[in-house]
Design a protein around this ligand. Structure first.
Ligand code: PA5
Length: 463
């Protein structure tokens, strides 16, 4: 597939007044009026490409892709478990990739099952809840020598990740294992900045870099997301190629040609019209954790007290993750009949099952009232539920967009990551905030350091 063979389509028709009425719908002129601003947001972002903003360049690092594929091959040769230790942007991309592209019950399948693709069991530990950790170690205890740990932290100092690292290293040492064989450190290349990098260099761990100009939540297409993906059998070159295809579409400053710019513009217009809640609702169980990745990307990038020019603006749309059809029997009631403060992005996967596969609903004897189901396919039912939801939302004047992809594949995942990253970067410019910092998260980290007695940090006055 060539670089411009983008497969993702954004359908924003149900945002406009001809579909959802004058009170809640936009007029085409609203978008026209924003065109100039969108073009300057785009130009501003382009001027930073490869400078202080690096996510758009990630698809083109062929050397890294080769290293990742080689390292993953080696790991697949000996490990039964591959564990990511990381949090936030150092974990959510790996989780999204694994749940999207690997078997829904990957870790439960027998090792030789074709659905496992020859991969070890995969775990991402993104919490230091001691009950969770202790249960996790129960699971891998007997296979510790066959377990690889990928410690991922851009800053190289995050308390959650570093405490897990210390625990694992000690466990390995106590069992007579060599931590340098089993730990891979993914972190900032600069040992001045990253404690993990310094330890890794001293102790001879394999290391992978996180570019300085790529922040945690924008790092899924760097070594942060790629190693566990490749270990899981995901074609990371296709993932990057899909991302490059979206990057090519995002070279235009015109929202009618650049879907990420259109998405940012539509949500921004609704934000200004009292609709600050943005729901991402894939109709695809495999994409449910993409929702968590999206929530973090949106919340951490746009939720800012201060603007670029003014203080105390307290900005931020509230992102929410939902999944179809499950949430049709939960939050969908609120989305249809609650306050008019939401915009719903539906993700439509045109074929959820692989080409040629079908899962029919049993035909057998059944009550007359159920005969409408008998002999039909689950795929058909699933798609009908998506159409029903979209229609119901539209009929009730609820703005909704559809992000359409033909299938869930490394290519389309790559496209979606890039699409949302561009969209959030444009959004930050439109709202006038710094998309790429996270002062709130940092304050939490500093208070934790202070409370735990780290030198140079003080505890908050009242914990
Ligand atoms: O997006 C971000 O910058 C954050 O969510 C970080 O990824 C998170 O705080 C973890 O930071 P680090 O990778 O430095 O451990």
């Amino acid at each position: 597939m060539a670089a411009n063979d983008s497969l993702l389509k954004l359908d924003g028709a149900n945002c406009f007044e001809d579909r959802i009425g004058q009170e809640h719908g936009l007029r085409p002129e609203d978008l026209d009026k924003l065109q100039q601003r969108i073009a300057s947001c785009h130009a501003e972002l382009e001027s930073r490409r490869g400078g202080d903003v690096g996510f758009m360049e990630l698809p083109y690092d062929e050397e890294l892709a080769a290293r990742i594929v080689e390292k993953a091959g080696e790991l697949r040769g000996w490990c039964h478990n591959f564990v990511v230790l990381g949090i936030g942007g150092s974990a959510l991309g790996a989780i999204a990739l694994h749940t999207a592209l690997n078997h829904s019950f990957h870790n439960l399948l027998p090792a030789g099952h074709p659905g496992r693709k020859g991969a070890p069991r995969l775990f991402v530990m993104d919490n230091v809840d001691p009950a969770l950790l202790s249960h996790f170690f129960d699971v891998i205890e007997d296979e510790l020598p066959e377990t690889a740990f990928n410690v991922i932290t851009k800053s190289g100092s995050t308390a959650e990740t570093m405490s897990q690292f210390l625990h694992v290293r000690e466990l390995l040492r106590r069992r007579g294992a060599d931590p340098a064989r089993q730990i891979i450190a993914t972190t900032d290349a600069d040992p001045e900045k990253s404690i993990l990098r310094r330890i890794a260099q001293r102790e001879g761990f394999c290391t992978l870099p996180i570019p300085q100009n790529v922040g945690g939540r924008f790092s899924v297409l760097s070594a942060v997301g790629l190693l566990s993906a490749a270990v899981g059998g995901i074609d990371v070159r296709r993932l990057l190629a899909g991302a490059a295809a979206m990057d090519a579409r995002c070279r235009s400053g015109d929202p009618r040609r650049n879907p990420a710019a259109l998405y940012a513009a539509l949500l921004y217009l609704f934000y200004g019209r009292g609709k600050p809640i943005t729901v991402l609702m894939p109709y695809c169980h495999a994409l449910r954790r993409l929702g968590d990745w999206y929530v973090q990307l949106w919340a951490e990038s746009l939720g800012k007290r201060d603007g670029l020019e003014t203080t105390d603006i307290f900005n931020g749309p509230t992102p929410v993750a939902s999944v179809g059809v499950t949430d049709q029997h939960s939050t969908m009631q609120l989305y249809q009949d609650g306050r008019f403060d939401k915009v719903i992005t539906l993700v439509e996967v045109q074929r959820v099952l692989p080409e040629g596969e079908n899962l029919p609903i049993a035909r057998g004897d059944c009550e007359d009232e159920l005969s409408y189901l008998a002999g039909r396919g689950f795929e058909e039912l699933f798609q009908a539920e998506l159409s029903a939801t979209r229609r119901a939302l539209t009929d009730k004047s609820r703005p909704n967009l559809t992000l359409r992809i033909p299938e869930v594949s490394p290519w389309t995942l790559g496209e979606m990551f890039m699409f949302f990253e561009y969209a959030v970067a444009y959004s930050g410019s439109l709202y006038g905030v710094n998309t790429f910092d996270q002062p709130g998260v940092e304050l939490g980290k500093q208070y934790t350091y202070g409370l735990m007695g780290r030198e140079g940090y003080s505890a908050p006055a009242q914990p």
